[in-house]
Design a protein around this ligand. Structure first.
Ligand code: UDP
Ligand code: MG
Length: 313
């Protein structure tokens, strides 16, 4: 069985066309499937439309108590879906449902755990595309998985990966990145991308920045490390500056050194640098506390081969 997991937040204009296109796209596949819509506290008539759609045998609707955000909504959907292969997509028709069979095909042919996607001819504003490029780079480095488009939500996951993600109980998370922690065989394919069908994006700039920070901060201590290294670099430059001043003072005399004003700066830089370093060290411990609190499993065993009981005495 294939599960489609679709988070919905104020998408009243898009739900019916989406459902129609899903039905049309899934029919030729000739396999059982379910569609799970998660109403993430919509304020428009999305929930009413969803309740209506829920009368179809393949549809289930999860109603959340309030708006928790796209990734939390997807996790909620994961917790109730039943398929062996789970596909996530957006409700605004930016991810064409017609791509689902190909996604499933690639996953099964290559026995992949996760199939990511790259948006070909992305239909978003430049203001979205440029920051997204930068974040993609960072995300690839910190997860150690080279994917070129982390933001596209049209992705397929295998059941075990989905279950492990649900077991994580993380608060601020980024599903595509979290999946790479648990999926061994990962690949990505190109898919089409369309303009938003109706309504407006629920990600104004502030929220977008927040989401990208979730991605970077919950998967690495990069920001804190940057602070630490920055501090060390600053101290080092301060020392160099001091040495330079001392030498120049000997060569050009006291007047050149403005009676020691510059020396003061050199000393200042050294200490400011050390302060940043100290902040970074404290941050390192907080980071460790954060990792502990998150309780992400230390390791996940895929399977144990052989039932060797050991040789007799
Ligand atoms: N979404 C959600 N909760 C939110 C914000 C968005 O469930 O708080 C859903 C939304 O309904 C859509 C998907 O997440 O299905 C992507 O949202 P959107 O299209 O606004 O983001 P964009 O494509 O602009 O990045
Ligand atoms: Mg969208």
């Amino acid at each position: 069985m294939i599960s489609l997991v679709i988070p919905v937040y104020n998408e009243e204009k898009n739900l019916r066309p989406l459902m129609e296109r899903i039905t049309a796209a899934m029919a030729p596949l000739g396999r059982p499937y379910e569609v799970i819509f998660i109403d993430d506290g919509s304020r428009d008539s999305s929930l009413e439309i969803l309740k209506d759609l829920a009368s179809r045998p393949e549809v289930r609707v999860v109603e959340l108590t309030r708006n928790y955000g796209q990734h939390a909504a997807i996790l909620a959907g994961f917790s109730v879906c039943r398929g062996e292969i789970v596909v996530t997509l957006d409700a605004d028709l930016q991810n064409p449902p017609e791509e689902i069979p190909r996604l499933v095909g690639v996953m099964e042919e290559g026995a992949y755990d996760v199939v990511g996607t790259i948006r070909k001819h992305r239909r978003d504003s430049l203001l979205r595309i440029v920051p997204s490029r930068i974040v993609n780079r960072i995300a690839s480095r910190i997860t150690g998985v080279a994917m070129s488009d982390w933001g596209c939500m049209l992705r397929a996951y295998r059941r075990p990966v989905v279950e492990r993600m649900v077991a994580c109980h993380e608060h601020a998370t980024f599903i595509p990145a979290l999946a790479t922690v648990f999926g061994k065989r990962v690949t990505e394919i190109e898919v089409a991308h369309e303009e938003r069908h109706g309504g407006v994006s629920s990600y104004p700039l502030g929220r977008l920045v927040n989401l990208q920070f979730d991605l970077v901060a919950s998967f690495s201590d990069l920001p804190m490390k940057a602070l630490m290294y920055g501090g060390v670099a600053m101290s080092f430059l301060g020392v160099c500056f001091g040495v330079f001043l001392a030498v120049a003072r000997l060569v050009y005399g006291a007047v050149w050194a403005a009676q020691g004003v510059f020396t003061l700066f050199a000393v200042l830089f050294v200490f400011v640098g050390l302060q940043f370093f100290a902040l970074g060290v404290i941050g390192e411990y907080i980071g460790r506390i954060y990792r502990e609190v998150r309780r992400r499993p230390e390791f996940v065993i895929e399977r144990i081969h052989g039932d060797g009981e050991g040789t007799g005495p």
